[in-house]
Design a protein around this ligand. Structure first.
Ligand SMILES: Cc1cc2nc3c(=O)[nH]c(=O)nc-3n(C[C@H](O)[C@H](O)[C@H](O)COP(=O)(O)OP(=O)(O)OC[C@H]3O[C@@H](n4cnc5c(N)ncnc54)[C@H](O)[C@@H]3O)c2cc1C
Length: 378
């Protein structure tokens, strides 16, 4: 017997689940309960760098980014809540001709989709954008000054508050351990038992294990990303979110300090902060000498939701059972947008301008067409 009954139960309170709960309510589906095993924004969302960029290479990803930028740039005003957007810009670098060609083609595609503030930059002109860069060995990069960074839990807090105002209920410390059919709907078991007409699984990198019971063989997995916050550094200097695509070297502004790290496709065995910081110092001697001796104030590790074919799994798995997860390190920017599109689809008002069918959870795994994943290949 169920303790309670809802129209929809959303499982997982990261940026995706929280946005979905809000947008469902906005669609008039406010009879919704969101359950979260620990606290809202405690998964990948809480550890995210919060980079929001238009620089992608496929029409779908660029469209999601266009809308994602709009979401984050306007969220403070739309939700009347503190959600600062720091417009530091985004800068991809490379010393490899084939990558420069790819960046140029992607920039052209972005322009053709209306995102015209994208600039290919020769190595000699890079110091105008990031004066602290050493350009030896670089051919140049691609700069998008309108991109920036956010603190994703700000967005979760704003969305949750707005959803609550519309009648959505939230339960933290509530881990869903079972989901089974019950009559025409679903029964979700955890610290209690709730029934719903529909269930939406938004469990981030937990989703592979969670969805196995429905015959889905997903490969979303947690990949620890080791980073650090430095002492105050490069003060008074422009610091776009800068990624060297050849090495994974990344620098991002964080208040007066910086977030530093190496973006790897796969961590070598035994990898951790010690190795990352040694590698960062070596790369900094070449790429940003001012940072080769920068002091670290705090070490951070958080799990990225990697895996799959680089695209999220979004859609209906069985009648009344939906999912949205596996954003492959892009969920801060794409999560709220996909949640909004999915909510429209679930409410019977799909947005005809974006086709979500390529993200079907039961699709055959295929190589991702999106190559701009900002990580050094293993
Ligand atoms: C270090 C780092 C840097 C990143 N940088 C960027 C970036 O610059 N730009 C960008 O766009 N993205 C970035 N990402 C990726 C982005 O943060 C994720 O793609 C996004 O947060 C995924 O959101 P989510 O809601 O799907 O998952 P999560 O935030 O992981 O949320 C899933 C939630 O489900 C809950 N849950 C799991 N199982 C259950 C259960 N059985 N019952 C109840 N609750 C459950 C979890 O506790 C969790 O809170 C980064 C991630 C990391 C870790």
């Amino acid at each position: 017997m169920a303790d309670e009954r809802f129209g929809t139960v959303v499982i997982g309170g990261g940026i995706v689940g929280t946005a979905l709960a809000y947008y469902l309510a906005e669609e008039g589906e406010a009879d919704t309960l969101l359950v979260e095993r620990t606290q809202l924004a405690s998964g990948s969302t809480g550890g995210s760098f919060g980079g929001v960029r238009q620089q992608f290479s496929t029409p779908l990803e660029i469209e999601l980014s266009r809308r994602g930028l709009e979401f984050w740039k306007t969220a403070g005003r739309v939700f009347d809540s503190p959600v600062p957007f720091y417009q530091d810009g985004y800068l991809f670098l490379s010393g490899r001709p084939e990558i420069m060609t790819g960046l140029g083609e992607a920039a052209e595609l972005q322009r053709s989709m209306g995102l015209t503030d994208v600039h290919m930059v020769d190595a000699e002109r890079l110091p105008e954008i990031a004066p602290w860069l050493e350009t030896r060995g670089l051919l140049g990069g691609c700069h998008t000054p309108g991109d920036g960074r956010v603190t994703p839990p700000d967005g979760v807090a704003a969305l949750a508050r707005a959803a609550r105002r519309l009648g959505v209920q939230f339960r933290e410390g509530w881990e869903a351990v079972s989901v089974e059919r019950a009559g025409g709907g679903w029964r979700v078991g955890g610290p209690g038992v709730v029934e719903a007409e529909r269930v939406v699984v938004c469990t981030g990198y937990w989703s592979s294990a969670f969805m196995r019971r429905f015959g889905l063989d997903l490969t979303i997995r947690p990949m620890p990303l080791y980073s650090a916050i430095t002492e105050p550094a490069l003060q008074g200097q422009q610091v776009p979110l800068t990624i060297d695509l050849d090495t994974g070297f990344v620098v991002e502004r964080e208040g007066q300090s910086l977030v530093i790290g190496i973006l790897l496709e796969e961590n070598p065995p035994g990898y951790g902060h010690e190795q990352m910081l040694v590698e960062f110092a070596e790369l900094a001697r070449e790429r940003a000498p001012m940072l080769s001796d920068v002091r670290v104030m705090r070490q951070i590790v958080a799990n990225v939701d990697l895996g799959g074919d680089g695209h999220p799994y979004v859609g209906e798995v069985e009648p009344g059972l939906w999912m949205a997860a596996g954003f492959g390190g892009h969920g801060t920017m794409h999560g709220p947008v996909v949640a909004r599109l999915l909510a429209g689809t679930m409410a019977g008002h799909p947005d005809p301008s974006v086709d979500l069918s390529p993200l079907n959870p039961r699709r055959s795994p295929s190589a991702s067409g999106e190559w701009m994943v900002a990580a050094k290949k293993a």
